[in-house]
Design a protein around this ligand. Structure first.
Ligand code: KG4
Ligand code: ZN
Length: 361
């Protein structure tokens, strides 16, 4: 149950896109003056072929008709670069707001690079992906780890379903956010920890740069079955909260361990990481953000020890950067921003580019 029905999604794209484009142009305050558009950016992939096709064709036509450059954007690059848009306020900036389609006012950094500066680590955690990347520059990424089975978002969603956690459709964040709220209510968060594994943490898998959530998800299912058997088909709310907390602890600890390893690997390779960017829907999770702060603080201590207590350059601290929740989930602003970053590097595409439903970063 759940998920996207490709045919319905395709039809919805065809039906709604023209009106969405019109509304975006109005909200951006362009009125009838489309000459103010500098460039047209569009998602080229990865994703559902038919949906991508609708968007790409609309964008190509718009760009060609306006005689403006076209930029095809990789969905995951856009997640990774969003942080550079949302913290642009920190940098020296122009006083003129220039992307305001979301209602958020952001400023064009003038004369200084947007923050975070390259290279930085990106943890992309969503319903479709669990990826740890090094962003070396616009258009250049190295994948450090990806999932061998489910994505973390799927694990959150399926565990929420197993636990019958009520999800109010329309509530921001979906089942994952509901599970987080349940976990928060737990009075005994360690109750189920002996039944739940922290994935890839055994001696032989500890150093492997892979994510895996299938085993943890099955362990949640088994724990629910056991409780329901004992409770004549019912699991009480307190226990549900405890199991939600246990699941969340194991899933986040797994992410933390691999990020720690990634930081160390980068250091060994002489890659000076400036920040850890967390993005994607699961990046809305407050516990995840807080635990990643701890990972980076510990990493700093570790580095300090290695340099034998000599003064550590605070500007080299790995900062945790999370775009605001509404820009963590899929959105069009991140595509516009990435289009701009690519445009500034001269990465312009031809009007005859094709969709890229499967597109490695
Ligand atoms: O990036 P996203 O909006 O869509 C894609 O999958 O591309 O991510 C959606 C995922 C869902 O699995 C949802 O349950 C999860 O993000 N999610 C959360 C939270 N908010 C959203 N997971 C854990 N904690 C949250 N607060
Ligand atoms: Zn996404």
């Amino acid at each position: 149950m759940g998920g996207i029905v490709p045919k319905l999604a395709h039809h919805a794209h065809m039906r709604n896109l023209p009106e969405v484009v019109r509304e975006a142009i109005q909200k951006a305050g362009l009125g009838d003056d489309l000459s103010k558009i500098d460039v047209v950016a569009v998602t080229r992939g990865p994703g559902l072929a038919h949906c991508l096709g609708v968007g790409l064709n609309a964008a190509k036509t718009l760009a060609a008709a306006l005689n403006k450059p076209l930029i095809g954007v990789h969905h995951m690059e856009a997640h990774a670069l969003t942080a550079r848009l949302t913290t642009a306020d920190d940098a020296q900036h122009n006083s003129e707001p220039y992307i305001s389609a979301t209602g958020a006012v952001n400023y064009a950094p003038v004369g200084s690079d947007p923050y975070p500066s390259f290279p930085f680590l990106t943890l992309l955690v969503s319903g479709g992906h669990t990826l740890l990347l090094v962003a070396h520059s616009v258009d250049r990424y190295t994948t450090l780890a990806t999932t061998v089975d489910d994505s973390i978002g799927e694990a959150f969603d399926k565990s929420a379903r197993e636990l019958d956690i009520p999800w109010l459709p329309g509530r921001a964040g979906g089942p994952g956010a509901s599970l987080e709220a349940y976990a928060k209510g737990s009075k005994s968060p360690t109750r189920y920890l002996d039944q739940l594994p922290i994935p890839m943490s055994l001696r032989k898998t500890k150093r492997e740069m892979k994510f895996s959530f299938a085993g943890l998800k099955s362990a949640v299912t088994r724990a629910v079955e056991k409780e329901k058997k004992a409770g004549q088909g019912i699991m009480d709310e307190d226990k549900k909260m405890d199991l939600a907390a246990g699941f969340q602890h194991c899933a986040i600890t797994h992410l933390c361990q691999k990020v720690e390893q990634g930081l160390r690997d980068c250091q060994e390779q002489g890659i000076q990481i400036s920040s850890l960017v967390i993005s994607g829907g699961v990046g809305r999770n407050a516990t995840l953000r807080q635990k990643m702060e701890e990972v980076c603080a510990n990493y700093e201590l570790e580095t300090q020890k290695k340099t034998k207590g000599s003064e550590v350059d605070k500007t080299k601290r790995v900062r945790v950067i999370c775009p605001p929740p509404k820009l963590c989930t899929d959105n069009a602003v991140m595509i516009a921003w990435t289009g701009l970053e690519r445009y500034q590097k001269g990465l312009i595409d031809r009007y005859d580019i094709d969709i890229a439903p499967k597109w490695p970063l």
